[in-house]
Ligand binder design. Structure first.
Ligand code: ATP
Length: 584
């Protein structure tokens, strides 16, 4: 398929805002693509150049892209810079400045009919691979060559792709819907696609299997070493004694709930890959965990689930999440590794030596885990209390709080307590210290806008517009304006934090009523944990609107912390908020 055809579809996609229309456009293009192209089409639609868990660095800074446009347009770089200042979007700059002239770069690509998807993929791979001294010039020329051959619309999207500014308001859920519509005729079988995607989070690969082998191929997709799978999640209850009613198991395993970063470790001999909760590759972030998994996991191949927690080995105490976040850095990782040691607390094993353990009960998986871990100060199986008595769990919970932990995760020991990738069910129930105050749980909300500050806050934002995620509609619906709970430092940093996410118009997936329209809009990306006093019906918010158009809003919201480990789509869902509202 020609990249031109895809760009034309993108152009259409940009003009529509309804989910149904988007699905139709994408489904049409998926039907036309062959299996070697469809994966790339999925990635490009989502603004990526490869599966999102892969660490692909194109290294195309604004300056380099401007140079490419200048070369392809045969124009002085200063003109391109002026145009960038005027227009803002580099894609539009490429669209308007480059003309179809006889440019010397045309010879770079051996193509008569225009760029194919494969050509674009090759070009992007070359850009990614060129590194070291002189690489900026090579990258510039490769992009310039592609831009020269391309048509105006293709140029726009090529540039947006390399600058990672492609945004149609299409999320993974919409792509899955479009794949279902293209290959399965309807959304009915979509749960099977979702289940496969939960096991193998490479949407391009899922599309290829679907294209080549249909639904049969999809149901055969298995967990694979070095491809992340979605983690199992925990439900919440509003009253402590509901744990017993909901968990459907006489014996309950209350495990310590650690306040760190969820890490899925894949061990394959001496190769270890670590994935975050957002399923990004964080292997280089934790060289110590990599070493300890190699050393202390007594089996050749395994997929482990656990939490990396900042730890003071001298005092034998855990630190909270914020301390761990100081280790999040590109440089000096080793230095910080010594300053802030991390203990990897393991609570599950999903795969052991060629065998998936997903369909084994929690007690069986736990037994497997205990067999393969050589417990020590650096890596250890989670502490727990096994009991049928809630008072004992309460006692254990208090002990956890005394040990600087967040609370407990109660796990069902029933024969059907399987590992359920991506699912939030009552097999795991969390009970946290925050539950004792105000609302029983915090909400993880996505910031999509801000209002200017006044007085003391005149140089920063007064409040942020926060949304919950509606997976059915693939939309972000407003829940509250958040303006309290920030430290002075946090407040001051707000404009900087959201700088690169600013948008002129409302993001396509945001549902905002006119009456609370913010002054600034942001691409939905940053997730914030918020505690409030009460959920109430509100006519100005769009979250879980009822027949009378009344939504649900959060009263007296207070900033707790940022959740950099979460994607926008991992935010609290509108259904969860509706359930919490009903339970109040
Ligand atoms: P929270 O904000 O409450 O940490 P979350 O939305 O990140 O929750 P949930 O599935 O709701 O994720 O809660 C479980 C989380 O708690 C896991 O994602 C994991 O990171 C963490 N955790 C800590 N200890 C455990 C444990 N023993 N078992 C399972 N999860 C644990």
């Amino acid at each position: 398929m020609l990249f031109k055809e895809l760009s034309e579809a993108f152009e259409e996609l940009e003009k529509v805002s309804s989910q149904t229309e988007m699905i139709k456009i994408l489904a049409d293009i998926f039907k036309q693509a062959n299996a070697d192209e469809i994966d790339k089409i999925c990635y490009y639609t989502l603004g990526e150049t490869a599966a999102s868990y892969k660490k692909v660095t194109l290294g195309m800074a604004e300056k380099i892209v401007q140079q490419s446009i200048s070369l392809a347009a045969d124009m002085d770089i200063n003109i391109i810079k002026d145009e960038t200042n005027k227009i803002g979007d580099l894609g539009e700059v490429a669209f308007t400045t480059i003309k179809d002239n006889d440019n010397r770069f045309k010879t770079f690509f051996n193509t008569k009919n225009g760029l194919t998807i494969q050509d674009v993929d090759n070009g992007l791979k070359k850009i990614t691979m060129s590194s070291g001294s002189g690489s900026a010039e090579v990258k510039q020329k490769i992009l310039a060559a592609m831009l020269t051959i391309a048509s105006p619309f293709e140029r726009k999207y090529l540039v947006r792709l390399v600058t990672r500014t492609m945004e149609f308001g299409v999320g993974e859920a919409t792509v899955l819907n479009a794949l279902a519509s293209a290959f399965l005729g309807s959304k009915k079988e979509k749960p099977k696609l979702e289940a496969a995607y939960n096991l193998c989070s490479d949407i391009g690969l899922i599309a290829q299997v679907l294209d080549k082998k249909g639904l049969k191929g999809i149901t055969k997709i298995k967990i694979t070493l070095h491809i992340p799978m979605k983690p199992m999640l925990a439900q919440r209850v509003s009253k402590f004694n509901e744990i017993k009613q909901k968990i459907n198991s006489t014996i309950i395993a209350a495990e310590e709930k650690y306040d760190g970063e969820r890490i899925e470790a894949h061990k394959d001999g001496q190769t270890v890959t670590l994935f975050s909760r957002r399923l990004t590759d964080v292997t280089t972030q934790y060289p110590d965990i990599v070493e300890n998994v190699k050393k202390y996991v007594k089996t050749d191949k395994a997929i482990l689930d656990g939490e990396a927690v900042a730890y003071n080995d001298k005092k034998d105490v855990f630190y909270p999440f914020q301390k761990l976040m100081q280790r999040r850095r590109k440089y000096n990782v080793k230095e910080y590794m010594k300053e802030i040691p991390v203990k990897y607390m393991l609570f599950d094993v999903i795969y052991r030596d060629g065998q998936s353990l997903m369909k084994k009960s929690y007690p069986e998986r736990r037994k497997n885990l205990e067999e393969i871990i050589d417990n020590n100060n650096l890596i250890k199986v989670a502490n727990r209390r096994l009991t049928d008595n809630l008072d004992e769990i309460d006692e254990f919970f208090q002990e956890c709080l005394d040990n600087n932990l967040e609370g407990v995760v109660c796990k069902s020991c029933s024969p059907t307590s399987y590992y359920q990738a991506g699912a939030r069910k009552y097999y795991w129930i969390k009970w946290k210290k925050d539950y004792a105050s105000e609302l029983r749980d915090t909400l993880d909300l996505v910031v999509i806008g801000a209002y200017p500050g006044r007085g003391r806050r005149r140089n920063t934002y007064g409040s942020l517009l926060c949304t919950a995620y509606n997976p059915e509609k693939d939309a972000f619906q407003t829940v509250c304006k958040l303006g309290t709970g920030f430290s002075d430092q946090e407040l001051e940093n707000l404009p900087q934090k959201f700088k690169t996410l600013k948008k002129i118009n409302k993001p396509a997936r945001a549902e905002v009523l006119k009456i609370i329209e913010p002054t600034y809009y942001f691409t939905p990306k940053i997730v914030v944990e918020v505690l409030g006093a009460e959920l109430t019906k509100s006519p100005i918010h769009t979250c879980a609107q009822d027949e009378t158009k009344k939504g649900i809003s959060l009263r007296f919201p207070r900033f707790i912390r940022w959740r950099p480990e979460k994607n926008a789509e991992d935010a609290t869902t509108t259904t969860e908020i509706l359930d919490m509202f009903k339970e109040q």
